[in-house]
Design a protein around this ligand. Structure first.
Ligand code: 6PG
Length: 239
Protein backbone atom coordinates (compact mmCIF):
# COMPACT_ATOMS: atom_id res chain seq x y z
CA UNK A 1 0.00 0.00 0.00
CA UNK A 2 1.28 3.45 -0.92
CA UNK A 3 -0.10 6.33 1.15
CA UNK A 4 0.24 9.89 -0.12
CA UNK A 5 -0.64 12.49 2.52
CA UNK A 6 -1.43 16.03 1.39
CA UNK A 7 -2.23 18.91 3.73
CA UNK A 8 -3.98 22.09 2.64
CA UNK A 9 -4.11 25.42 4.46
CA UNK A 10 -7.87 25.58 5.01
CA UNK A 11 -11.06 23.62 4.61
CA UNK A 12 -11.80 25.77 1.54
CA UNK A 13 -8.52 24.93 -0.20
CA UNK A 14 -8.96 21.30 0.82
CA UNK A 15 -12.38 21.18 -0.88
CA UNK A 16 -11.06 22.87 -4.02
CA UNK A 17 -7.95 20.72 -4.36
CA UNK A 18 -9.82 17.50 -3.53
CA UNK A 19 -12.33 18.22 -6.30
CA UNK A 20 -9.53 18.87 -8.81
CA UNK A 21 -7.68 15.70 -7.79
CA UNK A 22 -10.85 13.59 -8.06
CA UNK A 23 -11.59 15.20 -11.43
CA UNK A 24 -8.09 14.39 -12.67
CA UNK A 25 -8.46 10.76 -11.58
CA UNK A 26 -11.83 10.49 -13.32
CA UNK A 27 -10.62 12.07 -16.57
CA UNK A 28 -9.04 9.09 -18.27
CA UNK A 29 -10.70 7.48 -21.33
CA UNK A 30 -13.45 4.89 -20.98
CA UNK A 31 -15.81 4.22 -18.08
CA UNK A 32 -15.17 5.27 -14.52
CA UNK A 33 -17.01 4.90 -11.23
CA UNK A 34 -16.87 7.01 -8.10
CA UNK A 35 -17.84 5.73 -4.65
CA UNK A 36 -19.21 8.61 -2.60
CA UNK A 37 -18.67 9.40 1.07
CA UNK A 38 -21.61 10.52 3.15
CA UNK A 39 -21.59 12.92 6.07
CA UNK A 40 -20.92 16.64 5.77
CA UNK A 41 -17.22 17.02 4.91
CA UNK A 42 -17.56 16.22 1.19
CA UNK A 43 -20.35 18.75 0.47
CA UNK A 44 -18.16 21.62 -0.80
CA UNK A 45 -15.95 19.18 -2.69
CA UNK A 46 -18.99 17.72 -4.46
CA UNK A 47 -20.26 21.18 -5.48
CA UNK A 48 -16.87 22.03 -6.98
CA UNK A 49 -16.48 18.60 -8.60
CA UNK A 50 -19.85 19.00 -10.34
CA UNK A 51 -18.56 22.17 -12.01
CA UNK A 52 -15.70 20.31 -13.74
CA UNK A 53 -16.02 19.47 -17.41
CA UNK A 54 -15.84 15.68 -17.11
CA UNK A 55 -17.42 12.96 -19.25
CA UNK A 56 -20.13 12.53 -16.65
CA UNK A 57 -22.32 10.03 -18.59
CA UNK A 58 -19.33 7.62 -18.35
CA UNK A 59 -18.87 8.09 -14.59
CA UNK A 60 -21.17 5.89 -12.50
CA UNK A 61 -21.80 7.31 -9.01
CA UNK A 62 -22.44 4.88 -6.14
CA UNK A 63 -22.70 5.20 -2.35
CA UNK A 64 -19.89 4.03 -0.10
CA UNK A 65 -22.48 3.68 2.61
CA UNK A 66 -26.09 4.48 3.43
CA UNK A 67 -28.19 4.79 6.50
CA UNK A 68 -31.31 2.60 6.97
CA UNK A 69 -33.65 5.61 6.91
CA UNK A 70 -36.43 7.02 4.71
CA UNK A 71 -35.13 8.35 1.43
CA UNK A 72 -36.53 11.77 2.41
CA UNK A 73 -34.73 11.79 5.75
CA UNK A 74 -32.04 14.48 6.09
CA UNK A 75 -29.78 11.66 7.29
CA UNK A 76 -30.00 9.84 3.94
CA UNK A 77 -26.65 9.93 2.13
CA UNK A 78 -28.35 9.50 -1.25
CA UNK A 79 -30.22 12.75 -0.65
CA UNK A 80 -27.05 14.67 0.18
CA UNK A 81 -25.08 13.17 -2.73
CA UNK A 82 -27.99 13.93 -5.09
CA UNK A 83 -28.31 17.54 -3.93
CA UNK A 84 -24.59 18.37 -3.89
CA UNK A 85 -23.31 16.35 -6.84
CA UNK A 86 -25.47 13.96 -8.86
CA UNK A 87 -28.30 16.41 -9.64
CA UNK A 88 -25.70 18.84 -11.00
CA UNK A 89 -24.22 16.38 -13.52
CA UNK A 90 -25.33 13.89 -16.18
CA UNK A 91 -23.72 11.02 -14.26
CA UNK A 92 -25.68 7.79 -13.67
CA UNK A 93 -26.49 7.85 -9.93
CA UNK A 94 -27.10 4.51 -8.24
CA UNK A 95 -28.97 4.77 -4.94
CA UNK A 96 -29.30 1.95 -2.43
CA UNK A 97 -32.85 0.55 -2.96
CA UNK A 98 -33.96 1.33 0.60
CA UNK A 99 -37.70 1.47 -0.10
CA UNK A 100 -37.77 -1.82 -2.05
CA UNK A 101 -36.80 -4.02 0.89
CA UNK A 102 -38.08 -4.86 4.36
CA UNK A 103 -34.69 -5.79 5.79
CA UNK A 104 -31.38 -3.90 5.63
CA UNK A 105 -29.37 -6.97 4.62
CA UNK A 106 -31.73 -7.63 1.70
CA UNK A 107 -31.20 -4.05 0.50
CA UNK A 108 -27.41 -4.38 0.95
CA UNK A 109 -27.25 -7.57 -1.12
CA UNK A 110 -29.55 -6.08 -3.78
CA UNK A 111 -27.15 -3.14 -4.02
CA UNK A 112 -24.22 -5.53 -4.29
CA UNK A 113 -25.88 -6.96 -7.41
CA UNK A 114 -26.32 -3.44 -8.82
CA UNK A 115 -22.64 -2.77 -8.16
CA UNK A 116 -21.50 -6.00 -9.82
CA UNK A 117 -23.90 -5.96 -12.80
CA UNK A 118 -24.34 -2.29 -13.61
CA UNK A 119 -21.23 -0.52 -12.34
CA UNK A 120 -18.12 -2.64 -11.76
CA UNK A 121 -18.86 -4.70 -14.89
CA UNK A 122 -17.81 -1.62 -16.91
CA UNK A 123 -14.45 -1.32 -15.12
CA UNK A 124 -13.06 -4.88 -15.08
CA UNK A 125 -15.03 -5.69 -11.94
CA UNK A 126 -13.15 -3.16 -9.82
CA UNK A 127 -14.11 -0.04 -7.95
CA UNK A 128 -12.32 2.85 -9.64
CA UNK A 129 -12.22 5.93 -7.39
CA UNK A 130 -13.59 5.85 -3.85
CA UNK A 131 -13.95 8.87 -1.60
CA UNK A 132 -14.07 8.07 2.10
CA UNK A 133 -14.60 10.15 5.20
CA UNK A 134 -13.17 9.49 8.65
CA UNK A 135 -15.02 9.54 11.94
CA UNK A 136 -13.33 10.68 15.16
CA UNK A 137 -13.43 7.03 16.29
CA UNK A 138 -11.64 5.94 13.12
CA UNK A 139 -14.69 4.58 11.29
CA UNK A 140 -14.94 4.98 7.54
CA UNK A 141 -17.97 4.42 5.31
CA UNK A 142 -20.11 2.59 7.88
CA UNK A 143 -17.34 0.30 9.04
CA UNK A 144 -17.33 1.18 12.73
CA UNK A 145 -15.03 -0.28 15.40
CA UNK A 146 -16.27 -3.64 16.79
CA UNK A 147 -19.07 -4.06 14.24
CA UNK A 148 -19.75 -7.12 12.07
CA UNK A 149 -19.30 -5.24 8.80
CA UNK A 150 -15.54 -5.22 9.37
CA UNK A 151 -15.44 -9.01 9.41
CA UNK A 152 -17.20 -9.45 6.04
CA UNK A 153 -14.79 -11.18 3.66
CA UNK A 154 -17.12 -12.31 0.85
CA UNK A 155 -19.84 -9.77 0.10
CA UNK A 156 -18.96 -6.38 -1.41
CA UNK A 157 -21.79 -4.69 0.51
CA UNK A 158 -23.37 -5.57 3.83
CA UNK A 159 -25.71 -4.30 6.56
CA UNK A 160 -24.57 -3.88 10.11
CA UNK A 161 -26.22 -2.52 13.25
CA UNK A 162 -24.11 0.25 14.76
CA UNK A 163 -24.82 0.61 18.51
CA UNK A 164 -22.90 3.91 18.66
CA UNK A 165 -25.51 5.62 16.49
CA UNK A 166 -28.29 3.10 17.27
CA UNK A 167 -28.91 2.64 13.58
CA UNK A 168 -28.68 0.01 10.88
CA UNK A 169 -26.13 1.01 8.30
CA UNK A 170 -25.41 -0.40 4.84
CA UNK A 171 -21.79 -0.23 3.75
CA UNK A 172 -19.13 -1.15 1.27
CA UNK A 173 -16.91 -3.80 2.80
CA UNK A 174 -13.16 -4.29 2.83
CA UNK A 175 -13.37 -6.71 -0.14
CA UNK A 176 -14.88 -3.88 -2.22
CA UNK A 177 -12.83 -0.98 -0.89
CA UNK A 178 -9.52 -2.87 -0.95
CA UNK A 179 -9.66 -3.46 -4.71
CA UNK A 180 -10.31 0.18 -5.60
CA UNK A 181 -7.80 1.67 -8.02
CA UNK A 182 -7.72 4.97 -6.07
CA UNK A 183 -8.82 5.41 -2.46
CA UNK A 184 -9.11 8.97 -1.15
CA UNK A 185 -9.71 9.92 2.47
CA UNK A 186 -11.06 13.47 2.85
CA UNK A 187 -10.76 14.80 6.40
CA UNK A 188 -11.27 18.26 7.83
CA UNK A 189 -11.18 19.77 11.32
CA UNK A 190 -9.32 19.46 14.60
CA UNK A 191 -11.82 16.94 16.00
CA UNK A 192 -10.47 14.38 13.53
CA UNK A 193 -6.76 15.01 14.28
CA UNK A 194 -6.30 11.98 16.55
CA UNK A 195 -8.10 9.64 14.15
CA UNK A 196 -5.91 11.01 11.35
CA UNK A 197 -2.81 10.12 13.37
CA UNK A 198 -4.18 6.61 13.97
CA UNK A 199 -4.69 6.35 10.20
CA UNK A 200 -1.44 7.95 8.97
CA UNK A 201 1.14 7.47 11.77
CA UNK A 202 -0.19 4.64 13.99
CA UNK A 203 1.95 3.99 17.08
CA UNK A 204 2.22 0.98 19.36
CA UNK A 205 -0.85 1.01 21.58
CA UNK A 206 -3.03 3.09 19.26
CA UNK A 207 -6.48 1.69 18.48
CA UNK A 208 -6.62 -0.50 15.36
CA UNK A 209 -9.18 1.59 13.48
CA UNK A 210 -11.39 0.49 10.57
CA UNK A 211 -9.97 3.21 8.31
CA UNK A 212 -6.48 1.76 8.80
CA UNK A 213 -7.73 -1.77 8.06
CA UNK A 214 -9.18 -0.44 4.80
CA UNK A 215 -6.01 1.50 3.92
CA UNK A 216 -3.76 -1.48 4.69
CA UNK A 217 -5.85 -3.69 2.38
CA UNK A 218 -5.79 -1.15 -0.48
CA UNK A 219 -3.11 -0.35 -3.07
CA UNK A 220 -3.20 3.42 -3.71
CA UNK A 221 -4.31 5.59 -0.81
CA UNK A 222 -4.33 9.38 -0.80
CA UNK A 223 -5.16 11.21 2.42
CA UNK A 224 -6.36 14.78 1.91
CA UNK A 225 -6.36 16.96 5.02
CA UNK A 226 -6.69 20.52 6.12
CA UNK A 227 -4.15 21.84 8.62
CA UNK A 228 -6.45 21.29 11.58
CA UNK A 229 -6.99 17.63 10.80
CA UNK A 230 -3.24 17.21 10.21
CA UNK A 231 -2.20 18.91 13.47
CA UNK A 232 -1.00 15.69 15.16
CA UNK A 233 0.97 14.14 12.29
CA UNK A 234 4.56 14.95 11.39
CA UNK A 235 6.17 15.92 8.08
CA UNK A 236 3.25 15.46 5.69
CA UNK A 237 3.62 16.75 2.17
CA UNK A 238 1.97 20.13 2.61
CA UNK A 239 0.50 21.67 -0.51
C1 6PG B 1 -21.57 8.50 6.86
C2 6PG B 1 -20.21 8.38 6.29
C3 6PG B 1 -19.16 8.41 7.35
C4 6PG B 1 -18.60 9.82 7.33
C5 6PG B 1 -17.84 10.09 8.61
C6 6PG B 1 -17.39 11.56 8.66
O1 6PG B 1 -22.51 7.94 6.31
O2 6PG B 1 -21.68 9.22 7.87
O3 6PG B 1 -19.98 7.91 5.17
O4 6PG B 1 -18.14 7.47 7.20
O5 6PG B 1 -17.75 9.95 6.20
O6 6PG B 1 -18.71 9.83 9.68
O7 6PG B 1 -18.56 12.35 8.65
P1 6PG B 1 -18.45 13.97 8.59
O8 6PG B 1 -17.86 14.30 7.25
O9 6PG B 1 -19.87 14.43 8.69
O10 6PG B 1 -17.57 14.38 9.73
Amino acid sequence: MTMDVRVFGSSLSLAEEAALLLGETLSGPGNHNLGLAGGSTPMPTYVRLAELNLNWPAIDLWLGDERWVDRESPECNAGMCWDYLASRTAAPFHEVPLADHEQPMEAAHAYESVLKDDILSKTDGRADVVLLGLGDDGHTASLFPDTEGLAETEHLYTATHVPKVDMWRLTATIPLLSQADHLFFLVSGATKAEAVRWLVNPLEGDPQIPARYVADAAENVTVLLDKSAASLISSPTTS
